[in-house]
Design a protein around this ligand. Sequence first.
Ligand code: ADP
Length: 647
Amino acid sequence: MRVLNKWIQKEPSKNAITILKDRYFLKDGEGNYLESTWDEVAKRIARHVAAAEVNYTNDIEEIKNAEEHFYQLIKSRIFLPNSPTIFNAGKTMDRQLFKKDIEETTLEDYKTIFDSRTKHNMLSACFVIPMDDSMSAIFDAVKNAALIMKYGGGVGYDFSVLRPKGSSIAGTGGKSSGPISFMHVFNTAASTIEQGGARRAAQMAVLRYDHPDVFDFINSKKDNKGNNVLNYFNISVNIDNPKEFKKMLEEDGDLTLEHPASSIRKTIKANDLMNKMVENAWKTGDPGMLFLGRHNQYYAMSEHTPVTATNPCGEEPLPPFGSCNLGSIDVAKLVEDMDLGNPNSPDISEFQEIVYWAVRFLDDVIESNIYPLKEIEEISKKQRFIGLGMMGLADALYKKELPYNSEQARKFMAKLTAELAYFSHVASTELAKERGNFPDFQRSKYPNGFIPFPMLDDEIDEDIKVWNEKIRQHFQGEATKYKRNVQTNTIAPTGSISNLADTSSGIEPNFLLSYVRYMTNKEGDRVPLSYINPILMEKIGTNMTEELKAEIIEKGSIQNIDSIPNEIKKIFVTSMDIPPKDHLLAQHVIQSYLDASCSKTINMPKSSTIEDVKAIYLQALELNLKGLTIYRDGSLETQVLTSSSQE
Ligand code: ADP
């Protein structure tokens, strides 16, 4: 593929190499590196995953062809799988199998790789673990989650099934301590797990808005200063039907809090609940909102296995014991040579091919994955969730000179996501013709012509109309007979892999245009490494003096730098330069074409009031969103990145 060749030549930056060393190069039992280049990593992942094709064919050339395509996608960093695939593929296997040239690799080698997989080869990032309202079920869930977290997966739970605090417990005569007390158990378990020394564990807790303990839940992280309370959890209140809830708020209606396993009943004002959520979100970012009813509306298996929670960052709704593996295409690299989003673009088949191989890779991961529990394996193989998404959107917009917070950019985002969704679903249908439908297909909504996302109105744009038409034809035509995967598209935060790809993360605007990162050198000294967005560097060109560089590093944003022309300022916006409502609208247009969900934070200025946060929470109830996460600048002491002037 032409566009891949260009990027295969480009070596990862120093920053990316540091991350590779920290997290991804394989090590032996003594901690010695077994790998030292990106090329070795790309080859290892490609070969491990291509080995799954032995399930479908004995034709060695076909398997090698798959390996070669996977290798090119990964080596070029145009497509990267989620972190667990990068650090667990090929782990603990015979290194020689991965060192051989592809020409010398035999069918036996691929079979050996496939057959020698162990529990160390868990490749997916997202899981949801159920629990029942009993002591033994809760502690089973703790154990199951611990196993997943140990190998680098993130876990979500619906705590709503647990009866509220103070409810009677039959048999003991005692009183239940309630869901929040058990969240602390999960938090402590997570804190003891080191994920291969690579990163800390991450979890999502969900509670229904009408659970009697919902106020305790909303308050459970209110004293969080960044790192001290339930620090292995994100928390989200599930408002099943956001439009109905909005009506309740407008009418100042009452809401009954109750639970099927308890006699406790409370009546509250819906507005009191909303106000408390907003006040705490203003303070610490938590809780977010989750709209599981909407998730189920667009999930083809909701009548049998409704989704009950999401993974830690919110982008992947799943049923109990569901799992999903993710991968992301770097659109910033592609926009240099492709007119993405344009249905009449001459190079459209090249993008379709990239998407096809990415979908095939993720579908193969389902086979080559070792699942931590047999229940997870069962549902993952019956429904075959995959999450192909994108990263590099903000950098792509810089390159296309479209301000993130503009109508034009939103149209581009919508068209791009529609194109990604359309080609992903077409690929999943093509794979189904060769490999069979996902086993639950006949029970799903697809045979009835179901479209798994809402889409935007035809009228807003000619190209959107074309994509909508193609999508309608697909789902009312071939997709009624063939579908390999119940869901295909998810947009992850890409917190680590976007750094590996030297691109902006997920669909977020850049948080800063420049910053100083401190690295420890061999002598143990901390040395400053300054970074300026390379697209900005190129745009400013020879006008980039040392003084200007210093000023950009100090401010992180260019909006208040007099010497930079306005046209450049308009394009090179950061998260904090963008009004919150434009963050929200970006999420809305992108979510309109995603069958799963996306990770997106609505960044708000430090000066935002509680009323400002409330306005965003209310607006979110009306858009095509599946959830909401806000963050007010400076509200946590340990913020991920700050410009040097704020340090
Ligand atoms: P990466 O860039 O490392 O692939 P992302 O930032 O895109 O990861 O996150 C994708 C998903 O991976 C998350 O939503 C979560 O399910 C899982 N995940 C991310 N970070 C962690 C972590 N520290 N521990 C466990 N799971 C994680």
